[in-house]
Design a protein around this ligand. Sequence first.
Ligand code: ADP
Length: 249
Amino acid sequence: MGFAAKTIVVMSGKGGVGKSTVAVNLAVWLKGRGKRAGLLDVDLHGPSIPKMLGLEGLTVNGDGKKLFPVDSGGLKVMSVGFLLPDPDSPVIWRGPMKGKVIKQFLNDVDWGGLDYLVIDCPPGTGDEPLCVCQELGASACALIVTTPQDVATLDVRKSIGFCNKLNIPVLGVVENMSGFVCPKCGELVNIFKSGGGEKMSAQMNTRFLGRIPVDPRFAESGDSGVPIVEGARDSLSAKAFNGIFDALV
Ligand code: ADP
């Protein structure tokens, strides 16, 4: 795999925990740090990266041999969302077809030489993360996202087990939706449980990277296509991301 010096696969055993949010913010943060960064969305059934980056409706071009990723202010982005006739079109593919498309995304896209490729996986330990990890082999590292509740960590532990089985190094665990930033006073209130991700990290012998609070700005940023690390730099959430990504990279 010669397209990126480092590949970070963002995974979780659970859906809706903020994988895509973390992947988008990480990729944009890397770009902001002057790195040549790419973002590959292999959530084939629910690609949300184009929307989260304000790239909906764009398509990719090719020259018969290579596909050219969409350029988002210097960040190279590839998603099945760019290949669908409209955002409501479902992708109805079985495993072998998914494997073929993921291989093409990795091998037939002109990434142009990257320092980092961030890959956003769908939840679980199924075809997509398996194909990505098998294709990348030793060049892949994983970043695990969870929410604090035991019910979530129960599933997320499986992702760590999956990486261990495939010999993919786990860079660390992010606990998302941990505490709440009051929209009126901006203070962090621990209205939900906190600490489940840290506990799981200790039990599974993985590094705990930090917490991201529940913050209403995420809904705005997801819908407006401007990730929080770029659009709300002074927020607690952006600062939390900075700390986590600094530790990661
Ligand atoms: P996943 O990729 O794990 O399915 P997403 O990143 O798509 O999860 O996030 C699911 C929803 O939760 C999105 O609408 C996103 O904006 C929102 N979200 C993610 N993290 C937070 C957070 N820390 N605070 C508030 N909303 C969040």
